[in-house]
Ligand binder design. Structure first.
Ligand code: BGC
Length: 733
């Protein structure tokens, strides 16, 4: 690789090298007219290294041709896209996917996304998003894997493996871009793009691990985040982009900014375009997404002695290396086979995988009196703003989705019940009484077809059909764009008008099932107390409606477990299970205790804790036993526990192991996930689950950022969620 890249680099002018660092969005390209556009002229002049936001093998071939046939260097372009949770066959939003706790399944979803995207011309995806987030207000919590660094790291690895496979030069794998480096999920007050400030020991223990895991797995590129870290925007943060990423972690790929992240540093108050561009390059940024700051200033900055040509060579080399690894120098059109696109994109097999994957992401939050699963008989009243809303099923960041072909809840239920039972439908309510909120929550074509009738009229219609039904299914919650980028909320409840609808339906006395759509942990205290059954379905993807029917009627037994804490109210945020004990913990005392760490108006409990999720069967946990209760740092202990399925259906359980280090040189959280196993257990069967405690599980970053374990007493907890656990103690000598 080095020889090839060196020889290309040697033939390039300074301007051409700078051109490789430029990544515009391809918004303006029109098929058949590509040649006449401004972008085309830039490509011909060697002023562009890659493009994103462009789709289809045919169009991409047309554009690639410009670079290969018209530019002097003939360097192929790299084509990126936000292939976040599937391409046209859309999988559940990442937060939902993480609730499967199934690494093979998650890897497979990324594999299929890569297969489809690569068949359609794309060779680079801006995924996985591995930002830890513990704040439900932040809309982008939907794009990540939740609050836990251990689980998040496993998922980061699975996604990178899925996209890149074991051969990046194959024509059906794509390069991944880990984002948003770093700490983007810790924006103050959950407001998107807001300031982040945290201690280094917290960064290293809680926020950086998933990025590092993705780098360790070989991710080809990484995206700098919009926020600042330690007072310096990530995009020009040398400590982050060079000292940690390259020197400590040994990252060999290239770093791209986020969308206009480079020139946004002017607003941050970090200098003008010339200054921020030079600083970013110096810090270790290689590619500039959209803002063209590097393109327009670097040649001048070299002349002025602000930066060296060698620094530009380094950045350019990394981008050329990425193109080399993808095999683009051998065949620039390798991803542009129109025939392949026809058969491999959105085909029946991929859609079937998306459907079964969606069933694994659903979390059963409540099932009083075993209302679920429903029988395929009688009459079902289906109501709610998300019931007949196919445009919303794929959720946020589904740029390649075919909305018209997504399966709505209504379509899914009707298909499952054909010839067996009747579905009566009424919308029941709009998303929100406030039209402006609904508009913001349904952008990018994700309309909910707002009904002009009054809330009362809509509700009355729903109550009327509900009275004729045996059971009521309400599909409600958030709309697709109520989470995602720039979709932060300060009220994280179900909109009032929907709650009014549910209240009216409950009054009919008929059983009510809430099929809850959301891209974040919602404050569903009221629902948890009043609605008998709640199935959280996130945004399940293009096949969501069929998948929901699979679970609602019991063809699939739900097994998803939450990867974020569901609070009682927004005031508890940021809320997460791996808290510190503080000097004044509540301990076993119940709320309220004066001069203890609690609130006057609400207990410290979540509504649903991290790791929580029910099944149509029940599991019981036996006693936790250890092979011995002392170990040294080069030794290990085997923990084992019997888990029994005491119900009447086969089901899967996610057995979770947590550890607490009772005394440390820095204080340690009251519980940290250190292992889990998802096991299928037949009705009546008992399985023994074992967990190996090694020094690695007991290690952490100390205040000086050295890494290791410290002797002393530890607790091990095991359970089906982070709250209801069995526990034992052991000692590290
Ligand atoms: C987002 C990124 C995304 C990029 C390109 C930005 O606004 O923050 O996550 O990859 O746009 O679409």
């Amino acid at each position: 690789m080095t020889v090839v890249v060196d020889s290309i680099l040697n033939q390039m002018t300074l301007e051409e090298k700078i051109g490789q660092l430029n990544l515009p969005s391809a918004g303006e390209f029109v098929t058949g007219q590509a040649e006449n556009s401004d972008l085309a002229k830039k490509i011909e002049k060697g002023m562009i290294g890659g493009l994103f936001n462009i789709k289809t093998a045919a169009r991409i071939r047309e554009v690639q041709k410009l670079a290969i046939e018209k530019s002097r260097t003939k360097i192929p372009l790299i084509f990126g896209m936000d292939v976040i949770h599937g391409y046209e066959s859309v999988f559940p939003i990442p937060l939902g996917l993480s609730c499967s706790w199934d690494m093979k399944l998650i890897e497979r979803s990324a594999r299929i996304a890569a297969q489809e995207a690569s068949a359609d011309g794309i060779n680079w995806t801006f995924s996985p998003m591995v930002d830890i987030s513990r704040d439900a207000r932040w809309g982008r919590i939907s794009e990540g894997s939740g609050e836990d660094p251990y689980l998040g790291s496993q998922i980061a690895r699975a996604m990178v493996r899925g996209y890149q496979g074991n051969d990046l030069s194959a024509n059906n794998t794509i390069m991944s871009c880990v984002k948003h480096y770093a700490l983007y999920g810790a924006a103050e007050a959950g407001r998107d793009y807001n300031t982040v400030d945290m201690s280094h020991h917290r960064m290293y223990n809680e926020y950086l691990p998933p990025y590092k895991a993705a780098v360790d797995e070989g991710a080809g590129s990484i995206m700098a985040s919009f926020n600042e870290v330690d007072g310096i925007p990530a995009t020009a943060n040398k400590w982050l982009l060079t000292d940690v990423l390259r020197k400590e972690w040994g990252f060999k790929g290239f770093v791209v900014s986020d969308y206009t992240g480079l020139t946004e540093m002017i607003e941050h108050g970090y200098g003008d375009t010339i200054a921020v561009s030079a600083k970013a390059l110096e810090a270790g940024l290689d590619m500039d997404m959209v803002s063209e700051g590097l393109l327009n200033t670097l040649a001048r900055s070299v002349k002025d002695g602000k930066i060296s040509e060698q620094q530009i060579n380094n950045a350019c080399r990394r981008i050329l290396e990425a193109k080399y690894k993808l095999g683009l120098f051998t065949d620039p059109y390798k991803y542009c086979n129109v025939e392949r696109a026809k058969s491999e994109v959105f085909n029946a097999a991929n859609r079937a995988e998306a459907r079964s994957t969606a069933t694994q992401s659903f979390v059963l939050l409540k099932n009083q009196g075993e209302i679920l699963p429903l029988k395929k008989a009688g009459t079902i009243a289906l109501v709610g703003p998300l019931a007949d809303a196919k445009e919303n099923m794929t959720g946020t960041w589904s740029v390649a989705a075919r909305f018209a072909e997504s399966i709505s809840v209504k379509a899914g239920l009707e298909k499952a019940l054909e010839g067996k039972a009747k579905v009566l439908y009424a919308k029941g309510s709009n998303l929100d009484e406030d039209e402006a909120i609904e508009e913001r929550a349904t952008m990018f074509g994700k309309t909910l077809h707002r009904d002009k009738r009054s809330a009362e009229e809509l509700r009355n219609e729903a109550v009327a059909i509900a009275k004729r039904a045996d059971v009521i299914v309400v599909a409600g919650g958030e709309a697709a764009e109520m989470s995602g980028e720039a979709s932060s909320r300060t009220n994280i409840q179900i909109p009032e008008t929907q709650r009014d609808l549910i209240k009216a339906l409950l009054k009919t006395g008929k059983p009510v099932v809430l099929v809850l759509f959301t891209g974040r942990p919602l404050a569903v205290k009221w629902e948890s107390e009043n609605v008998p059954a709640i199935l959280n379905v996130w945004f399940g993807g293009s096949e969501a409606g069929d998948a929901i029917a699979d679970v609602v009627f019991g063809d699939v037994n739900p097994s998803g477990k939450l990867t974020t804490t569901f609070p009682q109210n927004v005031g508890q945020e940021p809320m997460y299970y791996a808290q510190k004990n503080t000097g004044r913990p509540l301990g076993d005392a119940k709320w309220f205790q004066k001069f203890k760490s609690n609130y006057l108006d609400v207990s410290n409990d979540p509504v649903y804790p991290f790791g929580f999720g029910l099944s149509y069967t029940q599991f019981t946990y036996g006693d936790l036993s250890l092979s011995k209760n002392q170990m040294s740092s080069n030794d290990s202990i085997i923990a084992s526990i019997n888990v029994t399925n005491i119900g009447k259906r086969d089901g899967a359980e996610v057995v979770q192991f947590y550890i607490r280090d009772l005394v440390g040189s820095v204080t340690r959280p009251i519980k940290e996930l250190r292992g889990f196993e998802k096991v299928m257990i037949k009705a009546g069967e008992t399985k023994t689950i074992t967990f190996k405690i090694t020094n690695e599980q007991l290690s952490f970053y100390r205040q000086d950022l050295s890494y290791g374990s410290e002797p002393g007493k530890f607790q091990l907890f095991v359970g089906g969620n982070s709250r209801d656990v069995k526990q034992v103690e052991f000692t590290l000598n």
